[in-house]
Design a protein around this ligand. Structure first.
Ligand SMILES: [Zn+2]
Length: 606
């Protein structure tokens, strides 16, 4: 089927353009293969002429016949007038619809078919897809995303119309045919190596050609530049030149780079060297505000990292980064920062406390090894070793969020709320050289040194400062230390027993809280516990050496217990006198109102 052109004396074919959808209405749609991608594709399919009647300045070309030279807006009005005059205009209206605009001038863009340089990627497709499979993708969807892009990719437009950039080193003969001669390109490459690529713009064509060049002297040079993705996509070439490992261990960039850098690097590297330029890919999302909106100055929701750092310190901001799942887009707000700075404060205070109780602790003199240090100290040391193992695994996988998810509860629950709480009595009140006290200090020493190293990648300033204030540090700075390796459970039975103790402790804490609410006791040291425990728990306490010391670990003054069928806790107010030094309630105090233990310690000090 053909129709007669409404203005010119010519016939045009009616074609089926499947990109035109029914919701746009019915009838014939004008197709301009020179002015739009869909039209270009369907035009090629039906062998239509590549008419491109608007030039780069928006003026009509001679292909537009009588309208030649007119600015396109003026031509629009004129063409409508002419159609009316010929009686060929049925109806005219102005519609408003979404259309691409230039981001800077906000003016509409005119699509034009223009000659470009392409890299034919289809030849590489199989090699690219194989290379993608050989890369370790830390984000599971990363491999899929890049593979899908590569599968759909046809040609890579490598030319851009900009005034400056990396030139495309091509010469044209007098008929505008490109001279694709390798020795010419090599010659230009050598000149660039020596003088820099700007000579392409500064030198005359004859100076860019080999001296003995025998060919056409009337050559012109290409003025288009290379796509910048070509520049950044070949950045790996510096590695070989500097004798650094290639392929690189890791590429790290934002999740927008699957389309950009990850893609162009892979494509060029596979084309030139047949391998992926990277072994692993880590990509991150973008920072949104607390409500999940993009940050923008006009919305006023920008959280300025410099402001956060000057108010709270760089380590708090770093801890926030390590506390979120960075692979997806992440949210930040003052409220979220408050929560993170609370975690930071807890970590910092706990570390400060540990440093404090290690005052005068010289590991080379006072250190008590794992096998000698008593059951609960061993449990804590083991817990730390397990933590270190899991933290190292998380770092190896770049799962920083797992690092903080492991360390924060260990610091808050295991150390601060339990171990460092009940050991205070021994640390503060036993004599300095008391064996148990040294065993506790040795445990704290192991855990503290470990934590400082494990947290250094995330909170380097705080950890360095803390390490620096430990008198018996082994290195000048924590940065010179090696990451701790962790270890396996040395004695699984110990941990089984500990978990029974832990259940018992939970019960006791609940009952102490109830007794406090009922005003039976004030602080827990005022409590006397009557415990009925089952056989298994009794055996566990025995295994943990807690039959005589349980009151110390539970921070109450005295405990009586019997073995029964189930767990039963009764709290009453301890009977006796409060020691003026350790605040334990004991049967007797001396004339100075201190307990027997404290009396001995004080005599030792004298
Ligand atoms: Zn005392």
């Amino acid at each position: 089927m053909v129709y007669k052109h409404p203005l010119y004396d010519r016939q045009s074919p009616v074609i089926l353009g499947e990109h035109v959808t029914a919701d746009d209405g019915t009838g014939l749609v004008h197709t301009a293969p020179g002015h739009g991608e869909d039209d270009y594709i369907v035009g090629r399919k039906y062998n239509l002429d590549l008419l491109s009647p608007v030039d780069e300045r928006g003026h009509m070309t001679k292909e537009a016949g009588p309208y030649e030279g007119m600015f396109y807006e003026k031509a629009n009005t004129q063409i409508i007038e002419d159609l009316k005059a010929l009686g060929n205009l049925f109806y005219e209206e102005t519609i408003t619809h979404s259309y691409p605009h230039d981001w800077r001038t906000k003016k509409p863009v005119i699509f034009r078919s223009t000659p470009q340089w392409f890299a034919n990627v289809s030849m590489l497709k199989d090699d690219l897809l194989t290379a993608v499979k050989g890369v370790k993708w830390h984000t599971s969807w990363g491999e899929t995303r890049l593979s899908n892009m590569l599968k759909d990719r046809v040609d890579w437009v490598i030319s851009r119309q900009r005034v400056w950039g990396v030139p495309i080193p091509i010469f044209y003969d007098k008929d505008d045919n490109p001279l694709l001669e390798r020795h010419l390109i090599d010659h230009v490459a050598n000149l660039f190596e020596e003088h820099g690529s700007d000579i392409w713009y500064e030198w005359d064509v004859k100076d860019l050609l080999p001296k003995d060049y025998e060919g056409d002297k009337n050559l012109t040079k290409e003025v288009d530049i290379m796509d910048v993705w070509f520049d950044s996509g070949t950045s790996y070439s510096i590695l070989k030149r500097r004798n650094l490992p290639y392929p690189a261990d890791l590429y790290l960039e934002g999740s927008d780079q699957y389309r950009g850098w990850f893609n162009s690097s892979l494509t060029t590297s596979v084309a030139v060297n047949g391998v992926s330029p990277y072994k692993e890919i880590v990509s991150h999302g973008f920072v949104l505000d607390g409500k999940g909106r993009k940050m923008s100055k006009s919305l006023g929701n920008v959280v300025d990292p410099l402001k956060v750092m000057s108010q709270q310190g760089a380590d708090v901001l770093r801890l926030w980064v390590a506390s979120v799942d960075y692979e997806a887009d992440v949210r930040i707000s003052d409220e979220l920062m408050k929560q993170v700075s609370e975690s930071y404060r807890k970590i910092r205070n706990t570390i400060r406390f540990m440093l404090g109780v290690l005052n005068n602790f010289n590991p080379s003199k006072h250190y008590i090894g794992w096998s000698m240090r008593g059951q609960l100290n061993r449990v804590m040391t083991d817990k730390y070793y397990q933590l270190a193992t899991r933290v190292n695994e998380s770092y190896a996988k770049y799962k920083f969020v797992d690092v903080t998810r492991l360390i924060v509860p260990f610091v808050v629950n295991d150390l601060s709320a339990f171990y460092l709480d009940y050991t205070k009595d021994s640390l503060y009140c036993d004599s300095e050289d008391d064996f148990e006290r040294r065993a506790i200090q040795s445990t704290i020493y192991d855990i503290l040194m470990g934590l400082l190293k494990l947290l250094t990648p995330i909170m380097p300033h705080t950890m360095s400062e803390a390490y620096d204030s430990f008198e018996y540090r082994l290195q000048d700075d924590v940065y010179l230390e090696k990451m701790p390796t962790g270890g396996k459970l040395k004695e699984p039975k110990l941990h089984d027993a500990y978990s029974l103790f832990d259940t018992l402790r939970d019960h006791v804490l609940k009952h102490l809280e109830l007794a406090r609410e009922a005003k039976v006791i004030g602080k827990s040291l005022e409590a006397h516990l009557y415990l009925e425990v089952d056989e298994k728990t009794y055996e566990a306490l025995k295994y943990l050496d807690l039959l005589d010391n349980l009151h110390k670990v539970l921070i109450v003054s005295s405990i009586e217990f019997t073995v029964g069928k189930a767990l039963k806790v009764t709290v009453s107010k301890a009977d006796g006198h409060t020691c003026a030094r350790c605040w334990n309630i004991v049967k007797e105090v001396n004339d100075n109102k201190v307990c027997l233990r404290c009396q001995k310690v004080l005599e030792g000090i004298k």
